[in-house]
Design a binder for this molecule. Structure first.
Ligand code: CA
Length: 287
């Protein structure tokens, strides 16, 4: 009896032992096959997006099932954090050995940590960690100086063009009304030394003034040489001209890149042949 009982217990023990050997065997083989991957530098960093990627330097003979980058505001990001899925997939796995990853939906002015990853049945391998900080969002005001602006036209008895960029709402530019009067449109010409992105502008009406002659219809032209102009944007007509002491903002909905910008006043309240403004600011729009 005693011998028989021992024999009955032997079967499950033997079975479990063999199963354990098989599992250990597989796991040992897989651990040795983790791919090797490097992380590309993070470039083209914007307020909400960046570009990186990775290169699989050795697949260790295993089928690659997924590649991309993962990122987090915490160090050592994993595929449990935000990820991209990149590369070309086939039945044999991911063919791509070098891939580009477009990272999006980032928060402005935030530090992120990013790693490339590659998965095989052995597990997930990570490249080295890169960190980067996203840009500011919203209006990025381009500082303007008197030397950068010109106007068509200027009233000789008052209202110099410099008054537009002196940071003082009590001083104003006035187009000609006493002599040299020209019909609308009148414009402010802004020249940058380098190509500059402009996505909108802010302006303040002359403080205080009568309601007539306040600009209420605009367009924007760009030029590479300051002579040949292309109209790229136009506002609605009959824009509000009150309250007088509130800064107005017009956004183009996209940024235009150029060295020369002409902000044109197509019409004014009352439609006379002159106009005036206290301040103007132009900005790159990162919203
Ligand atoms: Ca001013």
């Amino acid at each position: 009896m005693k011998t028989k009982i021992v024999k009955i217990w032997m079967y499950p023990v033997l079975f479990l032992g063999m199963a354990a050997m098989v599992i250990v065997g597989c796991s040992k083989e897989d651990d040795g096959n983790l791919p090797e991957i490097t992380t590309h530098d993070v470039v083209e960093v914007k307020h909400d997006a960046a570009v990186s990627g990775g290169t699989i330097t050795d697949d260790r003979g295993a089928r690659i099932t997924a590649v991309g980058v993962c990122w987090s505001t915490e160090e050592s990001p994993t595929v449990s954090d935000f990820t991209t899925s990149d590369g070309h997939y086939t039945l044999e796995g991911v063919e791509t050995r070098e891939f580009v990853s477009n990272v999006s939906d980032l928060e402005p002015l935030t530090t992120y940590y990013l790693r490339a990853y590659a998965a095989s049945k052995a597990g997930v391998a990570y490249g080295e960690q890169k960190s980067f900080e996203t840009d500011e969002a919203g209006q990025i005001i381009h500082p303007l100086t008197a030397g950068m602006i010109d106007a068509w036209t200027v009233e000789p008895s008052e209202g110099s063009v410099e008054s537009l960029v002196d940071g003082d709402v009590s001083t104003y530019w006035h187009s000609a009304w006493s002599s040299g009067v020209e019909p609308l449109p009148h414009w402010i010409h802004i020249t940058f030394e380098e190509e500059t992105l402009v996505g909108g502008f802010n302006y303040t009406f002359r403080q205080p003034s009568g309601i007539t002659d306040r600009p209420n219809h605009w367009d924007v032209q760009v030029s590479t040489d300051g002579e040949n102009w292309e109209t790229v944007w136009e506002s609605e007509a009959d824009l509000p001209v009150e309250p007088v002491d509130e800064m107005q903002t017009l956004e183009f909905g996209e940024n235009f890149s150029s060295t020369h910008f002409r902000i044109r006043i197509l019409d004014t309240y009352g439609s006379r042949d002159w106009t005036h403004l206290s301040t103007i600011e132009i900005f790159e729009d990162r919203i």
